[in-house]
Design a protein around this ligand. Structure first.
Ligand code: PLP
Length: 482
C-alpha cells in the first residue's frame, strides 16, 4: 500500500463511481446477460505480472457493468430496494480505511463504543423503551442480516429453556411465525436445532391483510402444549416481505408471554418507517417483547449488510455465544466492564467498523431529513397507487402500508384464476425485458400479484410516472394478444 499511488487511484475510482451514479439510469435496470457470460469474457488464469489500474477499471466498465442488475437505478422498484447515500458511502470508505476488527473493546475501542452510541441514537429515534438501550438495561448490535439477528436471539432463547428442561428435550421445542414470515425464519430454526416439523407457519388470511392473528397463535400453542411440546420463540413481523403486512405486536406478545415465549420483532423493512411518529404505532407493545431487528440497508440509506438488533437482555445472547480463547484475552475483556461484540454475533472475530456509516448518516441528515426521506418514498408510492386505480384494467390487491404497492391486472368476467395469473406473469416478463424498469412479484393468499416498491435513492416522481407508462404500454400489448 503506497499512499501516493493510492491517492491517484482512489481519485480515479471516485470519479468512476460518481459517473456511474450519474449515468446509472441509462443502463438496463435488469441485467440482460445470460448465465456464463463472464467466464467467456475473462482470461482462464490470473495475470503473472501486474496490470495497470486504468486497464482494470476500464474492464469494470466493459465486462462487469453489463452483468449488473442496477439496484441503484432510479427505475429499480423490485424486492425491497437497497438504499444508499453519500454520507454512508463516506462512512464505509473510512470503515475500509481503518479496517479495524473490533471483536472486543481493546481490539478497537472506538469501534465498540461508536456502535453502542449509534445503537442508542437509533433506539431514541424509534422511541424504544430504555430496556433496549445501553443507557438503560439492554443494548444493541450491528449484524449483517436479519437472519443472523434472528439466529442469535433464537439461540439465546433456546439455551435459556434448555438450561431448565435439559438438552435431551431439544426435540420438544417449537417456534412460531406466520405463513408470511420471511423464509429465513425456517432456515434459522433449522440451524438452531429446532426440528423442522416444530417450525410453525400459522396461516394468515387476505381478510386480515395477512397479519398473524393472536387467536390463531393461541390455538396453535395450546395444541402444542397439549402434545407435551415446549413453546420457545415467536417471530412477529412489522412489514412482511410479500405485502408489508403488520403483525399486532402487543396482542401477540400478550399471548406469547403466558407461555414464557421469547418474542422477536422482525422490522427489516417496515421498522425503518417507525422513525416517523405517524408509523410509530406499528411498534406499540414493543416494551413487551425481547428483541427487535431492522435493516437500515432496506430503507435508511446505509448501504448493504447493515441490520440493527436490540435486546432487552443481551447477557442471554452472550452466554449462548461467548467464546473465551486465551489469545483474545486482555484485562478489559476479563473484567467484564466492557462490551465484547464477538459474543453478540455468529462470526468468531470478523467484524467491520460499520457504525461509521450510520454515524455519518445520522449526523449528515439529522432525524428530520431521514423522516422526510421515508415520507417522500411513501408519497411517490401513493402517486403510483392512484395511477393504478385510475386504470379500470388494474386493481390494488392488498391495501398499501408503506412504499410497496401490490397490484395486478384484474380477473375479467369469464376468465379463471390461472388465466389471470398467466396474464400477470406475462406482463411482468414483458415489463422487465424492456430494461426500462424492474419490478418483482409475489403470491399471497393464492393470488399472484406484482410488487412495486419505491425506495431506490435516486428515484423521483418522473421515474414513477415513466414506470407506469411502461406497465400500461406492455399491458396494452398483452391484452390485445390474449
Ligand atoms: N425479514 C424481512 C421482513 C425481509 O423483508 C427480509 C428480506 O427482504 C428478511 C427478513 C431477510 O433478511 P436477511 O436477508 O437480511 O437475512
Amino acid at each position: 500500500l503506497n499512499p501516493q499511488d493510492f491517492r491517484g487511484q482512489a481519485h480515479k475510482a471516485v470519479d468512476f463511481i460518481a459517473d456511474y451514479y450519474k449515468n446509472v439510469e441509462t443502463y438496463p435496470v435488469l441485467s440482460q446477460v445470460q448465465p456464463g457470460f463472464l467466464k467467456n469474457r475473462l482470461p482462464k488464469t490470473p495475470p503473472n505480472t501486474p496490470e495497470s489500474f486504468d486497464t482494470i477499471l476500464q474492464d469494470v466498465q466493459t465486462d462487469i457493468i453489463p452483468g449488473i442488475t442496477h439496484w441503484l437505478s432510479p427505475n429499480f422498484f423490485a424486492y425491497f430496494p437497497a438504499s444508499v447515500s453519500s454520507a454512508a458511502f463516506i462512512g464505509e470508505m473510512l470503515c475500509t480505511c481503518f479496517n479495524a476488527v473490533g471483536f472486543n473493546w481493546l481490539a478497537s475501542p472506538a469501534a465498540t463504543e461508536l456502535e453502542m452510541v449509534v445503537m442508542d441514537w437509533l433506539a431514541v429515534m424509534l422511541q424504544l423503551p430504555k430496556t433496549f438501550m445501553f443507557s438503560g438495561s439492554g443494548g444493541g448490535v450491528l449484524q449483517s442480516s436479519t437472519s443472523e439477528s434472528t439466529l442469535c436471539t433464537l439461540v439465546a432463547a433456546r439455551d435459556r429453556v434448555l438450561d431448565e428442561i435439559g438438552i435431551e428435550n431439544i426435540g420438544r421445542l417449537v417456534v412460531y411465525g406466520s405463513d408470511q414470515t420471511h423464509a429465513m425464519y425456517k432456515k434459522v430454526g433449522k440451524i438452531a436445532g429446532i426440528p423442522p416439523h416444530n417450525i410453525r407457519c400459522i396461516p394468515t388470511r387476505m381478510e386480515d391483510e395477512f397479519a398473524l392473528s393472536p387467536y390463531s397463535l393461541r390455538k396453535v400453542i395450546e395444541a402444542d402444549v397439549e402434545q407435551g411440546l415446549v413453546p420457545l420463540f415467536l417471530c412477529v413481523t412489522v412489514g412482511t416481505t410479500s405485502t408489508t403486512a403488520i403483525d399486532p405486536i402487543k396482542d401477540l406478545a400478550d399471548v406469547a408471554k403466558k407461555y414464557n415465549i421469547w418474542v422477536h420483532v422482525d422490522g427489516a423493512y417496515g421498522g425503518n418507517a417507525c422513525i416517523c411518529p405517524e408509523y410509530r404505532p406499528f411498534l406499540d407493545g414493543i416494551e413487551k417483547v425481547d428483541s427487535l431487528s431492522l435493516s437500515p440497508h432496506k430503507w435508511l440509506l446505509s448501504y448493504g449488510e447493515c441490520c440493527c438488533l436490540w435486546m432487552k437482555n443481551p447477557n442471554l445472547v452472550v452466554s449462548a455465544l461467548r467464546t473465551d480463547p486465551e489469545y483474545l484475552k486482555n484485562k478489559h475483556s476479563e473484567s467484564d466492564s466492557v462490551v465484547s461484540y464477538k459474543d453478540w454475533q455468529v462470526a468468531g472475530t470478523a467484524r467491520r467498523f460499520k457504525s461509521l456509516r450510520l454515524w455519518f448518516l445520522l449526523r449528515s441528515y439529522g432525524v428530520e431529513n431521514l423522516q422526510n426521506h421515508i415520507r417522500s418514498d411513501v408519497r411517490m408510492a401513493i402517486m403510483f397507487e392512484r395511477l393504478v386505480k385510475s386504470d379500470v384494467r388494474f386493481e390494488i390487491v392488498v391495501p398499501r402500508r408503506f412504499a410497496l404497492v401490490c397490484f395486478r391486472l384484474k380477473q375479467f368476467n369469464g376468465f379463471d384464476t390461472s388465466y389471470t395469473e398467466l396474464l400477470n406473469k406475462k406482463l411482468l416478463e414483458r415489463v422487465n425485458s424492456t430494461g426500462r424498469v424492474y419490478l418483482t412479484h409475489t403470491v399471497a393468499g393464492g393470488v399472484y400479484m406484482l410488487r412495486f416498491v419505491v425506495g431506490a435513492t435516486l428515484t423521483e416522481e418522473h421515474h414513477v410516472i415513466n414506470a407506469w407508462e411502461v406497465i400500461k404500454e406492455m399491458a396494452n400489448t398483452i391484452v390485445n394478444e390474449f
